[in-house]
Design a protein around this ligand. Structure first.
Ligand code: TEU
Length: 545
């Protein structure tokens, strides 16, 4: 089946609660997104992926959905949503919804009716009796909780939740669940959305509830990671729902290796258009993301090359609402924030696949500057902190873990201007605004001709218009301690992308001697044989006659 996303698309992710607040409640809203469409259009964006805007008790900031067909009142109304679709469309921008179908909220009607004893809805969830006063199995949980919670007042019945207790997993062995999801997808497609980002899509199908092999991370995963049943579901959803609308699906796929990744998105299989894998996010961790070490640029390069080469089409990203800001991982960031952001723009826009820009990345926003746990909101961070405490990990180290890795690092409010509230809100922001907003903001960047924002715009424009970048194949040329170089080829047009992923100036590698002419440098046009700290360059080799 065809790729249903244009090859020159550039997608922008919005985390609605942190984007722009128009009613002063400290929480972003849909009207705020509508008012920001000119900024987004001026960036050259073709699609917006909206993190969940559905009705939700917000245990996990909207990833716990209480009603798939209504809008969270704090974000606005369905009329606002329709206006957003219309106004975006008028600017050539398509809206992509977040589809969270591994679980619902425990406040969803289905779960409430299950609790009330309706057999039909009990069967929408995974409810089991404990064994000999023990839990139904030994599985792990993504948020460091116990994955089984007591079902209502029952003494011996539990429901499965791989995320928070307020996110009961759906039973994908029940065909009725499939029909409900198809209906939900069509509801949004009929309102004009053009695709879905599918939350943790490769774990929705549980092939058994047997005990799992004991592991450090997520015991039980062999029973729910990328199971055959998951492939069948994806094929059916594509055939029956996505294809008739020409819509696309990008899957968030956890714990996939290249083989599993290919099985989920090879065009011939008719499942997903592309996937978000995590491996390049893990180049600064030991075992689990909470134990960080210095970022190893060569590891990043090797990982990127591996996936770029293996997959026909990639979902390329360095930041999202679950990850610390990528540029904050570089040790030399203090002196080179703007340089590092420009380099990442060059790198992201020259890789093969669809680039995803996360809000704030276009102005070089960095990790939140939280002083202690009371400033952090995220459920995962609080759970991990508590677990670390129970393991006897000292307070200072516990806090370091959260400070470097918390998902809230990327969720701090968008910095629009140097005004109080950063132009994000006139009220009290739901999460602390980074104190650097006075220098790092859209208004200040818009006035800088050679700034971060201007470079992102240039690179996005190039990515969209240069066929070698949107359609070309990928070949790695050089993976050094600091410098990464690869080429993109299309019908004889050969571009070479060069990134210095460090805060040290370095000589251009010898292999790039025959590199053609400079198209662009993140330092301007005056480039030499030496790459400046975090410099990005693009070269055009003679086109073959
Ligand atoms: O994330 C799934 C996921 O596995 C991780 O990225 C997650 O952020 C966590 O760190 C696991 O340790 C998706 C969403 O992107 C995330 O925001 C949700 O919290 C989660 O699913 C549950 O819906």
């Amino acid at each position: 089946m065809p790729l249903n996303v244009p090859k020159n698309a550039v997608i922008y992710q919005i985390y609605p609660r942190s984007y722009r607040d128009t009613d002063g409640d400290g929480l972003g809203d849909i009207r705020g997104i509508i008012e920001s469409l000119d900024h987004i259009a001026s960036l050259g964006i073709t699609h917006i992926w909206l993190s969940p805007v559905y009705k939700s008790p917000d245990d996990d900031n909207g990833y716990d959905i209480a009603d798939y067909k209504s809008i969270q009142p704090a974000f606005g109304t369905m009329e606002d949503f329709d206006e957003l679709v219309r106004e975006a469309k008028a600017r050539g921008i398509g809206i992509v919804m977040d589809l969270v179908i591994n679980h619902t909220s425990d406040e969803h009607e289905w779960f409430k009716r299950a609790l009330a004893g309706e057999e039909k809805y009990r069967n929408y969830y995974i409810i089991r009796k404990g064994k000999d006063k023990k839990l139904p199995n030994n599985w792990g949980n993504f948020f460091a909780e116990c994955p089984w919670a007591r079902f209502g007042d029952s003494e011996d019945e539990y429901y499965l939740h791989l995320f928070s207790k307020k996110q009961p997993d759906l039973n994908w062995n029940n065909p009725e669940v499939m029909e409900e999801v198809k209906d939900i997808m069509r509801f949004w497609l009929d309102r004009g959305v053009v695709g879905f980002r599918c939350d943790v899509i490769n774990i929705i199908y549980k092939s058994s509830l047997e005990n799992g092999k004991k592991r450090l991370v997520l015991t039980g995963q062999e029973h729910f990671m990328s199971q055959e049943g998951c492939h069948r579901i994806l094929q059916e959803l594509r055939r029956e729902v996505l294809e008739p609308y020409g819509a696309f699906a990008v899957g968030e796929t956890v714990f996939v290796d290249v083989k599993k990744g290919k099985d989920l998105c090879d065009a011939s299989r008719g499942e997903l258009d592309m996937i978000f894998y995590f491996e390049h996010m893990e180049c600064d961790q030991v075992f689990v993301k909470w134990f960080k070490t210095r970022l190893n640029p060569r590891k990043v390069m090797k990982t990127l090359t591996k996936w770029q080469t293996a997959l026909e089409w990639n979902a390329c990203y360095f930041e999202n609402h679950d990850q610390p800001r990528f540029i904050s991982r570089f040790p030399d960031l203090k002196n080179y924030r703007a340089e590092a952001s420009r380099m990442m723009a060059g790198l992201l826009m020259t890789l093969k696949g669809t680039p995803f820009v996360f809000e704030g990345q276009e102005i070089g926003m960095v990790n939140g500057d939280f002083k202690d746990l009371s400033e952090v909101e995220d459920i995962e961070s609080h759970n991990i902190y508590a677990m670390a405490k129970s393991l006897g990990i000292p307070k200072r180290i516990r806090w370091k873990m959260i400070q470097r890795t918390s998902r809230d690092n990327a969720r701090t409010p968008m910095q629009w201007s140097a005004e109080e509230g950063a132009g994000f809100t006139s009220g009290k922001p739901w999460l602390k605004i980074n104190e650097n907003y006075k220098e790092v903001n859209v208004a200040a960047e818009s006035a800088r001709e050679d700034g971060v924002l201007a470079f992102w715009k240039k690179m996005i424009e190039m990515r969209k218009t240069d066929k070698a970048l949107s359609l070309g194949d990928f070949n790695a040329i050089y993976e050094g301690k600091r410098v990464y170089a690869f080429e993109r080829n299309f019908e004889g047009r050969r571009l070479i992308s060069v990134s210095n992923m460090s805060g040290k100036a370095v000589k251009l590698p010898k292999i790039l001697e025959d590199r053609g002419s400079l198209v662009i440098s993140s330092y301007g046009k005056c480039a030499s044989d030496k790459l400046m700290p975090f410099e990005f360059r693009l070269y055009l080799c003679e086109e073959e006659k």
